[in-house]
Structures are given as structure tokens and as C-alpha cells.
Design a protein around this ligand. Sequence first.
Ligand SMILES: [Zn+2]
Length: 289
Amino acid sequence: MSYSLYYTAKRNTPLTDTENSSVKNIVEKYNSEYPFKEKAEDFCVYEFASKNDIIFNGSTKLPGSDVELLYEVSVYWLKCLTEITVLLHDCQWTVTFDDINIIYDKDTGWRFSTDEEYSKSTVPFKENNSAMEKLIYKYCNKEYTIDGVKTYIIPKERYDELYHDIEISDMPLKERHLSFIKYLKEINIPEIYLSIVFAYGGHLYDLIPCYKYDRKLYHVSLKNGWVCLECRQPNTFNNITLMPMYESDVDFLPLDVTPEIPPVFKKIPCQKCGKLLNRRFLIVGILPN
Ligand SMILES: [Zn+2]
């Protein structure tokens, strides 16, 4: 799965030629000085004639193989955006990381919200939550509690129906949910179950995969790669690879829970330096073409 930054600035008066060329210079500078090995795309500004007061608009896809890298690259592009924001006066800005609002701080510029700010800005999550509750009611008849997280399994024969229901809904994170269901159908691994979980400290319902091993279910995350902490080499996986959700996202489980992770999840060596990557993985199949 990949993430993007989205940004829009609105103003009554159009961009001046000077502003336009200054924006171009800033973007060029950040694109040419990009310091990371892995890149999804250059900082992207849409070329268009001003419409509906929009004077600046674009999105940039982020490399998705490693949470730390994802964060660092986001921060880098947000610095670029901060310079543009300082340059363009009197604009109304909307900046998001997927569906999550990015905050503008007068002293430091664009930044991610703190946990406290994040849990306060619950409007899209509340909408997502109530939409998810409806889906649970319609599709799931059993509640599991796995590692302290309420988990609802969607019957495999109802994936198409669920896809359709989400497609015609206006729930937040809709595109993400749809592409996830499509992907699970495509890879079709019998031990992987689509589930709705109520996680992240009881803030958010989300769709995630669960893996059934030895008659028990485990929360997992699908990974297409991982960056080696030793040599910074991005390792790309050519197989369908799972990671325990607990290792993928520290915020997923309640704070006081350390889950049991079955021994089939193992550390694997870096493709470049041979040292073990700092997470455990499990290969469950071959990627479809
Ligand atoms: Zn390495």
C-alpha cells in the first residue's frame, strides 16, 4: 500500500509570474537535493489554469517500504511545502497525508500532529467508525478479542458484496479500503482473513488482514519491502510477505499488551549486507503478476 501527501492552496487573486517562478525554484531545489535512496516520485505540482480560487495544487506519492523512511520523506517534502507556504501570502491551505490533516505551525511550518492533537481531530475517524460499525453489523456475527483488540472477521464469500457496499458509500479512507479488499481477493491466501478491528487505543476501526496459524488468529500487516537499518538498503520483497501488526505499527495494540508471535515469523537477512532486518516476516505466497 502506498501513501501520498496532498496539498491545495486557495486565494482570490491568481499567482503572479514572480510567485510562479519562485515556486518552481523551490520545487526544483528540493527535487534535486532529495537525500534518500528510495523515492516514489518527485514533488509534484499540478499544471492547470486557476479554477475555483485554487492557485496551487498537487500530490506526491511516498515510498512505502518502511515506516521510518515514510516519515522522513514526508518531513522532507513538508519542508518544501513550508517554503512555498511562506512565499504565497493570504492563502487558505489544505494539506493531508492520505486522509490525515497536516498541521501548520507558525514557527516550524507544516508538521504531523502530536498523538494528542490527532486523537482530538476525530471527525473523519468518527465517520469512518460509524460506517465500519454498520459493516460489522451486516457482515460479522462473531466478535474475537485478539491481544486486547476487538476483531471481526468478514466471511470470504462476502468480499464482493462488501466491496460493493464500500464503493457506494461515502466513508472516509474508502479508496484505501477498496484497494485492500481487491488485493486480498487477488492474492487469495486461504490463511489470510479480512477483518475489521477496533484498534489504535480505541480510536479507529480499520480493515486489516488476520493470519490463521495453528487454529489461532494473528493481526498482521502485508509488506512489500523493508529498509535495512544497518546499511539503509531498501529490501524489496518478491513474495507475499507478512509482518506481525505489533511490529509494523506500535500504536495498533493497547500499550500494556505484548502479543505472542508464532515462531513461523522470522528475521531475514538484508539482501545487501546480510545482517538480519529488525523485524520478523513470514512469506505466504508468490505475488501475482
Ligand atoms: Zn543491510
